[in-house]
Design a protein around this ligand. Structure first.
Ligand code: MTE
Ligand code: MO
Length: 205
């Protein structure tokens, strides 16, 4: 009895090695899919949707409307995601357009920093390098279906190597800059990069 109780409790707190190896420090495994949004879920009609890139000189670059975006080459992505509130979810499956494709026309050497801009006004910043080289996608499918509105549908950014607050929901574009411009959570003290393996949760800690 006592041993059984102890074993269950022990297992509850310490994940199996194959799980522990994939959990960044301070994270626990979540099987559900929590919704975390600052503010209401914005709704945008796809016939009024577009995705825009603005370069480091402030010039409007590429623009795709809904149909043009849908026609871009899509990839499937399976990844673990890590929220700064300490839940991680394994093997999430998405489909979308690589940010490499969306930034193909941009001089990335000048544009060292990026800000994702969204319907509803949320923003988040990161180094442009964190979005390139097969590290980030603008996704329009989750688990084989359109993304639910609360999870960013119709379209969100997916940057699995960074804490999930960088994966901007309802993303409408990327603005590039020569210097860093902190976004919604970053001006409130969260980290400008946000690597979960380095526990880059807060700017000063
Ligand atoms: N536009 C927008 N994107 C956002 C947020 C938000 O409030 N607005 N929250 C961020 C945070 S803190 C997290 S953890 C994830 C949560 O995504 P989910 O609700 O699909 O789990 O979205 C991120 N992207
Ligand atoms: Mo978050």
């Amino acid at each position: 009895m006592e041993g059984g109780f102890f074993t269950r409790g022990f297992r509850g707190r310490r994940p199996a090695p194959e799980v522990a190896d994939r959990l960044p420090p301070g994270q626990y495994l979540e099987s559900g899919f929590p919704v975390l949004t600052a503010g209401p879920t914005p709704r945008v009609a796809t016939d009024r949707w577009d995705f825009r890139v603005v370069d480091a000189e402030g010039r409007e670059g590429s623009r795709w409307d809904w149909q043009a975006f849908a026609a871009l080459p899509h990839e499937t992505v399976k990844c673990d995601i890590h929220c700064v509130t300490r839940w991680s979810k394994f093997d999430t499956a998405w489909r979308g357009v690589s940010v490499d494709t969306l930034l193909a026309g941009v001089d990335a050497e000048r544009a060292l920093y990026a800000v994702a801009v969204c319907d509803g006004g949320y923003t988040t910043n990161m180094p442009t390098s964190a979005l390139l080289g097969g590290r980030a996608w603008v996704v329009d499918e989750y688990e084989g279906r359109p993304i639910a509105p609360d999870h960013g549908g119709p379209i969100r950014l997916l940057v699995p190597a960074l804490y999930f607050w960088k994966s901007a929901k309802w993303v409408r574009g990327l603005r590039l800059f020569a210097e860093d411009h902190p976004g919604f959570w970053e001006v409130r003290g969260y980290h400008n990069v946000g690597d979960p393996w380095r526990q880059e949760r807060y700017r000063d800690g």
